[in-house]
Design a protein around this ligand. Structure first.
Ligand SMILES: [Fe+2]
Length: 149
């Protein structure tokens, strides 16, 4: 399984405010995606809603905001610094994620980014994302998140 939609309560308005408060950096050489346009910012302690969710997650490593600017792509890559990730989309940017040739649209999903190559085509607007990374593989995290409330 490449991706599974996860449903639990989160306040998307608060998450968007916390994204606005977070300092974003461009990462010319960030990770395997080598995306020159991608902006990244680590969510800090003052991000109350980010951390409320983080505290519920077992084996979580990091919580990071990403902005994929309009009309830019995320190149095909596989993530090796984490075992899987929980991605929460924070707006209605219209691009899907393409995982190993298969296209998915999601609001909040656990994704096996460590096993499968994935990419994101361009959106007509900035694509806003909160990403939690995990130190254990998809198969371990999936049943834990399925019981999240
Ligand atoms: Fe990735």
């Amino acid at each position: 399984m490449k991706l599974i939609e996860i449903s639990f309560d989160y306040d998307i308005g608060k998450l968007n405010k916390e994204l606005e408060q977070t300092k974003l950096y461009d990462h010319t050489d960030y990770g395997p995606a080598k995306n020159t346009a991608w902006l990244k910012g680590k969510a800090l302690e003052d991000c109350v809603e980010v951390n409320r969710i983080k505290n519920k997650l077992k084996f979580v490593k990091d919580a990071v905001f990403f902005v994929q600017p309009a009309n830019t792509v995320i190149n095909p890559h596989t993530d090796k610094l984490c075992k899987c990730s929980l991605n929460i989309l924070l707006n209605d940017a219209d691009a899907p994620i393409i995982i190993d040739g298969e296209s998915f649209r999601y609001k909040c999903a656990l994704i096996d980014v460590n096993r499968y190559e994935h990419e994101v085509p361009a959106s007509s607007k900035d694509r806003l994302l909160l990403r939690y990374t995990f130190s254990e593989p998809f198969e371990v995290i999936k049943p834990i998140l399925s019981n999240l409330s």
